[in-house]
Design a protein around this ligand. Structure first.
Ligand SMILES: NC(=O)C1=CN([C@@H]2O[C@H](COP(=O)(O)OP(=O)(O)OC[C@H]3O[C@@H](n4cnc5c(N)ncnc54)[C@H](OP(=O)(O)O)[C@@H]3O)[C@@H](O)[C@H]2O)C=CC1
Ligand SMILES: CC(=O)[C@@H](O)[C@H](O)COP(=O)(O)O
Ligand SMILES: [Mn+2]
Length: 384
């Protein structure tokens, strides 16, 4: 039987690779919903190829333009957050791939969970900003959250068949990013172009900047806490520049399982789509006799303070991860527009966390208020 799925963010890096996996397994999947934001040229091509029932475009003007372009095509085009939610909750689908970037994915993900859809979760900001609420909602509705992020997919794969009570700790691997080994005075001078050149992965711009500041690893620590119900002392980060070991689990008997492979997101994406089964593919295989070395080092949290700030925000709990995430989203966006420097990202996040007036979070509405307060606070600071 074909698995019916929708993709939020089909025009992005994860979205496009999800469609690559679908293309290679045409008989297994049926695309019911697709969404984009600005790139309607690509969305139009995807609609013509996959003929989903609904397509959603966040940007209202672009939605109108796409609708005109498609003419009599059977795909219905919807706009804005309502459109994203419609795709996420379509009656026909059993799995939603959340491949949008940023906390904009939160509401559609929650609505999908409440509509009993399993989630293939790439959109890590959703769990960072509202992990407790999202996981509780998933438990209540008995839906599966299947991680797509390479490290979390690795842990999920290592845990298959095991009980979480048998886990001592997890070891999240980090590439170290393009500036591994840099000191603060060097980081102050890095350019946007250098920042976007990740040594191992070809990804969207926001996550590429996050990898360079090590915020990506901080977000992943928080993501892991919620996905696997771990305490802070059970999560270790180790820098592994070759990105061959995607992460590891140490069990209570001191045995460690690792998941390895060439760095290719189509592997964890495929695993999430076909879970609980594995399906053959033609992707590149690891050649151990050509692998010269696998090395490991401690992450540098003195020069790359984003990782430290994220771990502290996780430990403080309540609203802190929401503030951290929102501040990071605004600052990365400003950096991508060349309005601020690389080191303004950690420095400004530190200031906003110190000024956080909120402490507790009760529900999604409070998350949205705290997120908006943070965006306004950061925007006011950097434009004044
Ligand atoms: N890329 C990777 O290899 C990995 C990514 N991830 C995570 O997956 C998520 C997606 O990352 P990635 O694919 O790299 O990101 P991209 O920037 O490549 O793609 C983002 C997608 O979200 C859409 N989008 C952007 N802003 C909005 C908005 N405001 N409302 C609705 N849709 C929007 C984009 O539309 P459009 O392009 O049409 O404007 C695009 O479809 C992130 O959370 C990232 O951290 C995790 C592990 C690896
Ligand atoms: C592919 C993936 O999952 C990314 O999140 C990747 O981990 C980024 O690499 P860093 O380890 O440099 O953050
Ligand atoms: Mn990752």
């Amino acid at each position: 039987m074909m698995k019916k799925i929708s993709i939020l963010g089909s025009t992005g890096s994860i979205g496009r690779q999800t469609l690559d996996v679908v293309r290679a397994n045409r008989e297994a999947f049926c695309i019911m919903g697709l969404s984009g934001n600005h790139n309607i040229d690509l969305l139009e091509a995807q609609i013509k190829e996959f003929q989903p029932k609904i397509a959603a475009v966040m940007d209202h003007e672009k939605a109108l333009e796409l609708s005109k372009r498609l003419g009599k095509c059977s795909t219905e085009v919807l706009a804005g957050m309502e459109g994203l939610i419609a795709i996420a909750t379509m009656e026909e689908i059993e799995l939603l791939m959340t491949a949008v970037v940023g906390m904009v994915g939160l509401l559609p993900t929650i609505k999908a969970i409440q509509s009993k859809k399993n989630i293939a979760l790439a959109n890590k900001e959703t769990l960072v900003t509202a992990g407790e609420i999202v996981m509780e909602e998933a438990r209540r509705n008995q839906v599966k959250i299947i991680p797509v992020d390479s490290e979390h997919s690795a842990i999920f794969q290592c845990l298959k068949g095991y009980n979480l009570k048998e886990v001592n700790r997890i070891i999240l691997t980090a590439s170290g990013g393009p500036f591994r080994g840099f000191q603060r005075n060097q980081l102050e001078k890095v350019t946007l172009e250098e920042t976007l050149k990740h040594p191992k992965w070809n990804m969207g711009k926001k996550i590429s900047v996050d990898s360079a500041t090590l915020m990506n690893k901080g977000l992943e620590v928080i993501e892991a806490k919620w996905l696997f119900d771990l305490e802070q002392h059970q999560i270790e980060v180790v820098v592994h520049p070759q990105s061959i070991i995607h992460s590891m689990v140490e069990f209570i008997d001191s045995s460690i399982l690792a998941q390895l492979g060439c760095p290719d997101m189509r592997v964890p994406i495929q695993f999430a789509l076909t879970y609980p089964n594995r399906v053959e593919n033609q992707l590149q295989r690891l050649n151990f006799s050509e692998l010269r070395e696998l090395t490991f080092e401690k992450p540098d949290m003195e020069n790359f303070t984003c990782l430290k700030l994220a771990i502290e925000a996780m430990n403080q709990g309540g609203s802190y991860p929401t503030v951290l995430n929102a501040a990071n989203e605004v600052l990365v966006d400003r950096f991508l527009q060349r309005k601020i420097g690389f080191m303004d990202i950690p420095n400004e996040i530190e200031s906003v966390l110190e000024n956080n007036p909120f402490k507790k979070v009760e529900d999604i509405n409070e998350i949205i208020v705290i997120d908006q307060w943070t965006r306004d606070f950061v925007n006011n600071r950097i434009s004044s």
